[in-house]
Design a protein around this ligand. Structure first.
Ligand code: NDP
Length: 257
């Protein structure tokens, strides 16, 4: 096997929600493999800081940035057009941006339900659709949807998120059903419990922490580095016959009771 099948040199990769968190690490992972990365978020100051940091690491020519709201149809179209005009033909899209909202279902307002569904499901449809319109005529492209173990399992207080991530898993299949024959590969990566800034409070909570380590066959939290390899693989020619799958990167959590 030729190791170059994992090489992404010169390929333009947009990672939504990469101004911070998991998306930022995934973008850095793709840049390490040679991709020209386009960072993304809504907060322009945070995005510019993230761009400057990664430009310092990989060089300014390899790191671009674009800000738009993934739930705004017109803004998505303008954002993707901007990437194609200013950076180059989009070859890799990682639909990573997402939000969480914790409240019991009986207390969940319709406005919050709609907000979570819009960010965690409709956003991937809008950005994926716009990217695919560009990729399909070129006959190549990779779309990677970032799910969650909540694509498969439920937990109290995160009903809207769970519904959205379950929907995203099936949207991944729907995209593959329509676009795989035209040269696109669309897959999902579903992270388990990942130790990030956002989950630090849960890591610091002794009860929650021991529940996670006991519930996970690998016996630990995941790290952002644990996600970068699988995403790089799915973005590369090494995964050219993988389509419609959601791969759980969860230390085995979803295979045990
Ligand atoms: P963060 O909260 O750290 O970052 C979210 C990112 O998404 C930010 O860049 C934010 O931009 C962007 N974003 C949110 N809403 C929008 C929007 N409407 N339009 C444009 N950008 C938006 O998230 P995480 O890194 O924790 O999570 C990333 C993904 O991984 C999510 O899909 C999440 O569900 C999934 N995941 C996370 C896990 C974890 O343990 N953290 C576990 C399993 C899955 P801005 O800052 O400008 O608002």
């Amino acid at each position: 096997m030729d190791a170059s099948i994992f090489d992404l040199t010169g390929r333009v990769a947009l990672v939504t929600g990469s101004s911070r968190g998991i998306g930022n690490s995934l973008a850095a992972g793709l840049a390490t493999a040679g991709a020209t990365i386009v960072l993304h978020g809504m907060d322009e100051d945070r995005l510019e800081k993230a761009r400057a940091t990664l430009a310092g690491r990989f060089g300014g020519g390899q790191v671009a940035a674009v800000a738009f709201d993934i739930t705004d149809e017109a803004a998505v179209a303008a954002g993707i057009a901007h990437v194609e005009e200013q950076v180059g033909p989009l070859e890799i899209l990682v639909n990573n941006a997402g939000i969480q909202h914790r409240v019991a279902l009986t207390e969940l307002d319709l406005a919050d339900w709609n907000r979570v569904l819009a960010a965690d499901l409709t956003g991937a449809f809008l950005v994926g659709r716009e990217a695919a319109k560009r990729m399909l005529p070129r006959g190549r492209g990779k779309i990677i949807n970032i799910g969650s173990v909540q694509a498969e399992l439920a937990r109290p207080t995160i009903g809207a998120y769970t519904a959205a991530k379950g929907g995203l898993r099936n949207l991944t299949r729907a995209m593959a059903a329509e676009w795989a024959s035209r040269g696109l590969q669309i897959n999902g990566v579903a992270p388990g419990y990942i130790h990030t800034e956002m989950t630090q409070k849960l890591v610091d909570d002794p009860d929650f922490n021991s529940w996670i380590t006991g519930r996970t066959p690998a016996g630990r939290w995941g790290s952002v580095e644990d996600l970068a390899g699988p995403v790089r693989w799915l973005a590369s020619d090494a995964a050219n016959f993988v389509n419609g799958q959601t791969i759980f990167i969860d230390g085995g959590m979803t295979v045990v009771v």
